[in-house]
Design a protein around this ligand. Structure first.
Ligand SMILES: Cc1cc2nc3c(=O)[nH]c(=O)nc-3n(C[C@H](O)[C@H](O)[C@H](O)COP(=O)(O)OP(=O)(O)OC[C@H]3O[C@@H](n4cnc5c(N)ncnc54)[C@H](O)[C@@H]3O)c2cc1C
Length: 447
């Protein structure tokens, strides 16, 4: 008896790219540049939504510091990301933007931006080139509103939810560039984590990176027993007082410094700015320290930092000015007159030390230079700028192909690395997109 296989009724494509963020688009660019026809699927009605959002506050494409310093930003994953940056580093990002007609400039902090700071013109030019490349090369075919949900039962085809129902797609090779888990409304929601884990791909849980924190005026009790997953860390013990929240939520702490210690050693110390939120703190300086603070919360159920409210004034001078007789002046006007401390900076001293505490002049002088701020929880992953965790590099080949699923490549923020803001996120996403695209080309050539 002969068993005839029913003809495949779905779409058959040489290469499927799933996820149209910077990583997936860059993989598409490499493949289309190599003359390989590829199809890009995205769950959303249009691609690059997070990239466009990134452009709202000024699109920080990359950073102009030395390659060594740049690679250092990737911390524990330095080795793996540095290997990708060798093929496509900061200078290549700038050349690529220029190739799309977008000039870039180096800001005062070394950050690199498009001349007009925007993402939209760059994305428009990029999509135009992907759809209509020069010469004989095939254009990338885009399939919007195609949400990847896994594989067909026999595992031979990808499965997409589309407005026309479930659509199977068979691909010679596949690149997943599904992003992390923050800002889910822009498309990347982390729903891919259990899909890959079920097929034997090792994935570290997605955690908030470059995120805000809730404060606790009293240090929360240490976590008992097993470390808690961040998402289940209890709600803040206290948060800001109603008085502080109603007057200062949304206001910046301008030119302050923070210090973080782990195991008695300083692991972070920097000058900068951050903002008070309704429940705690967020902003560039906090984001920069967030990996250590999150680690402490996961491990101990709490974290703390030391806030220097006057980083440019030596401790001895602060002490001398605080102890200077103030006569009939109120403490607030004494601090303002002698040290220029006012507004949110004075308020946070009252908030943390209490009324009695601020009138203890020795304690006050010490606190102005090192005010302990306790943190009880990270803000949720959805609010974070980026995600930590993701597909472990140990589960991937050098070409970013899953060892457990030959022919399936991964790129972008869904890989297990993290970095501070400063253009490091986009650069690594683009570099991994390049590597995955090259990997697919090599894989197809071998076959
Ligand atoms: C507010 C904000 C500002 C930022 N600013 C900067 C900055 O200035 N500089 C910088 O370097 N970085 C910045 N970032 C971070 C940067 O935008 C991201 O790291 C980057 O976009 C990640 O790229 P990606 O391609 O890996 O994923 P994403 O850009 O998240 O793209 C993933 C794509 O996959 C699609 N997708 C997800 N799941 C599925 C599915 N199941 N089926 C089909 N499609 C799916 C999504 O719709 C999305 O289009 C910012 C982030 C935020 C939130």
């Amino acid at each position: 008896m002969s068993h005839e296989t029913a003809p495949f009724s779905g779409l058959d494509v040489p290469v499927a790219l799933i996820g149209g963020g910077p990583a997936g688009l860059m993989a598409a660019e490499v493949l289309s540049g190599a003359g390989i026809a590829c199809h890009l699927f995205d769950a959303m009605p249009s691609v690059g939504r997070k990239f466009l959002l990134a452009g709202k506050g000024g699109l920080n494409l990359t950073h102009a510091e030395s390659a060594d310093r740049f690679a250092e930003r990737y911390g524990a994953r330095r080795r793996q990301i540095e290997a990708l940056l060798r093929d496509f580093g900061a200078a290549d990002v700038r050349a690529w933007a220029q190739g799309l007609g977008i000039e870039t400039f180096v800001g005062s902090s070394g950050r690199v931006f498009p001349a007009d700071m925007k993402a939209a013109p760059l994305l428009r030019a990029w999509l135009q080139r992907l759809r209509h490349p020069e010469g004989e090369r095939p254009g990338v075919q885009f399939h919007m509103r195609h949400r990847w949900t896994g594989w067909t039962d026999d595992g031979t085809a990808l499965l997409f939810e589309t407005p026309q129902g479930l659509q199977p797609v068979r691909a010679g090779a596949t690149v997943l560039a599904l992003g992390g888990g923050s800002w889910a409304r822009l498309g990347s929601n982390g729903a891919w984590v259990p899909l890959l884990a079920a097929r034997g791909v090792a994935v570290a849980p997605l955690l908030p990176a470059n995120c805000g924190f809730d404060v606790a005026l009293q240090p929360p009790p240490p976590a008992q027993g097993q470390p808690l997953p961040v998402q289940t860390v209890p709600a803040p013990v206290g948060g800001w007082s109603e008085h502080f929240r109603s007057r200062f939520a949304g206001q910046p702490f301008k030119t302050v410094a923070i210090r973080v210690e782990q195991g008695g050693h300083e692991v972070f110390s920097r000058k900068g700015e951050f903002v008070a939120t309704a429940t705690g703190v967020e902003g560039s300086l906090i984001y920069a320290a967030s990996a250590w603070l999150r680690e402490d919360i996961v491990r101990n159920g709490r974290a703390s930092l030391q806030l220097d409210l006057l980083p440019d004034v030596p401790a001895e001078r602060v002490r001398a000015e605080v102890l200077h007789p103030r006569g009939s002046r109120s403490l607030a006007s004494h601090l303002k007159g002698r040290l220029g401390l006012d507004g949110i900076k004075t308020a946070v001293l009252y908030e943390v030390l209490g009324k009695d505490g601020v009138h203890d002049t020795h304690r006050l002088a010490a606190a102005i230079k090192a005010l302990p701020l306790h943190l009880s929880a990270t803000r949720p992953l959805d609010e974070a700028i980026s995600s930590a965790g993701g597909v472990l590099f140990e589960a991937l080949s050098d070409d970013l192909m899953c060892e457990a699923l030959p022919g399936l490549f991964c790129a972008g923020e869904m890989l297990d690395w993290e970095a501070p803001t400063g253009g490091y996120l986009l650069t690594a996403c683009l570099a991994s997109g390049v590597r995955a695209g090259q990997g697919v080309r090599r894989w197809l050539a071998k076959r």
